[in-house]
Each structure stands twice: as structure tokens, then as C-alpha cells.
Design a protein around this ligand. Structure first.
Ligand code: DC
Length: 217
């Protein structure tokens, strides 16, 4: 197993953009752990499994019917050999993902797959909610990214061409669910660099994170 850089933070805080850029600069892969929860929620909806059925959900979490693949641009999700990456990017699926992620049984079923991403690579960037606290508690570098609620909703609304106010309300609900759940809630890992990007441009964020990485690796 190589070194690990974790990036945690609330919805649309820029974790994937930062991961993609660092992945290019460091020549190591990156993974969105949220893609696992989104993929599972999508598969459950396709199979008409209730998002409250934790037993069926944790079985489906281990099913070969769907899988996650790391690519330089994005974390791809395949369902029955169809690429559903675009379909799961909608905020609606994010909300379903947040609901299924609530169950400890589901989380532990997905954990091994997430950890396997760090095997046989020189290094890995893993982003999500509990990467620095639960998935890779021994990670060499931990980052916690945040930004104002308005700023985050603006970013996602522009990406998806949707109404900012509606997105903001959905994200706030999701953040509330993700920070208050009992198992592996979103929290700042110990020793993490906490970066509020509200008033920073992307290059400034990347530079600050690179400087921090240099002090740790
Ligand atoms: O990062 P994202 O928006 O793709 O994540 C979707 C949901 O998945 C998020 O609202 C909660 C869940 N999630 C999680 O519980 N733990 C993670 N490490 C990543 C995501």
C-alpha cells in the first residue's frame, strides 16, 4: 500500500476538482468514495430496493452487478456494464446516497472496496466524508475542505445548469444528514489542514495544499 492523501468536506466543496488536479501533479490516482454510495443508491433504485432496507442494501453493496473504476478524469460507476457516471452526478442521487450511507452495515460492506483502491499503487488521493477518519485513518496527509453554503451551491448550480436556491436547500439537508449520523459522520480529522475556499481561487487552493503536502511527505 502506498501513501494516502485524504480530502474530506461537505457537498460541493471542491473535493473532486482538487483531487483531479493533485492527481495530475503527483501522478497518482484519485477516487471519490461518494461514487460508491451514489452507485449503490442508483443500483438500489434500479432494482426497486427500498433505501431503508439495510439488509438488501448491504448485500447489493457486495454485488458484482455494479462497480467503481478510477480514471484520471473521474471516478466512473458501472451498473450492469453500462457507464452510469453522468446519471449519478445529479444532486437527487446525492441525496439518495446520503440516505443509504446512514447504515453502518452498508458502510462496512463498502469499506473494503474503498481501501482496495490504495493497493498496488504508489500513492492515492481519496475524497469523501470519512476518508481521513475511518477509511484511511493512517493517511499521511489529511485535508478538510469547506466553503460557504452559498458558494458551494453556486458552483454546483453552474455545473448542472440548475436553480441555485433549490440546490442550496438540498445540499443543506444532505450536509445535515452527513454530519449528524451516528456512524462515520463528516468531521474534521485530527491533524488535517482545514481550508475554507470561499475567498480563494482554485490555483490558490492547489498551492496551499501542495505546500502542506510537502511538509508531510
Ligand atoms: O461526495 P458525494 O457528494 O459524491 O457523496 C454523496 C453522499 O455519499 C454523501 O452525501 C454522503 C455519502 N458519503 C459518505 O457517507 N461517505 C463518504 N466517504 C463519501 C460519501
Amino acid at each position: 500500500m502506498g501513501y494516502v492523501i485524504t480530502i474530506d468536506g461537505p457537498a460541493a466543496s471542491g473535493k473532486s476538482s482538487l483531487s483531479r488536479e493533485l492527481s495530475k501533479k503527483l501522478s497518482i490516482p484519485w477516487v471519490s468514495t461518494g461514487a460508491f454510495y451514489r452507485g449503490l443508491a442508483y443500483a438500489a433504485l434500479q432494482r426497486k430496493i427500498a433505501l431503508t432496507d439495510k439488509v438488501a442494501l448491504s448485500e447489493l453493496a457486495l454485488s458484482p452487478a455494479w462497480r467503481v473504476e478510477m480514471t484520471p478524469e473521474k471516478t466512473q460507476v458501472w451498473y450492469e456494464n453500462t457507464d452510469v457516471t453522468e446519471k449519478i452526478s445529479q444532486e437527487e442521487v446525492g441525496n439518495y446516497a446520503s440516505q443509504v450511507s446512514h447504515y453502518p452495515e452498508v458502510r462496512s460492506s463498502l469499506l473494503d472496496h474503498q481501501r482496495q483502491c490504495a493497493f498496488k499503487v504508489e500513492g492515492l488521493i481519496a475524497e469523501g466524508r470519512d476518508c481521513g477518519t475511518v477509511v484511511f485513518p493512517q493517511a499521511e496527509v489529511k485535508i478538510y475542505l469547506t466553503a460557504s453554503s452559498e458558494n458551494r451551491a453556486h458552483r454546483r448550480a453552474q455545473e448542472q445548469g440548475q436553480d441555485q436556491k433549490a440546490i442550496e436547500a438540498q445540499q443543506q439537508q444532505r450536509d445535515q444528514q452527513d454530519t449528524t449520523r451516528k456512524t462515520a459522520p463528516l468531521q474534521i480529522p485530527k491533524d488535517a489542514l482545514v481550508l475554507d475556499t470561499t475567498n480563494l481561487d482554485f490555483n490558490e487552493v492547489v498551492t496551499k495544499v501542495q505546500q502542506f503536502i510537502k511538509t508531510k511527505l
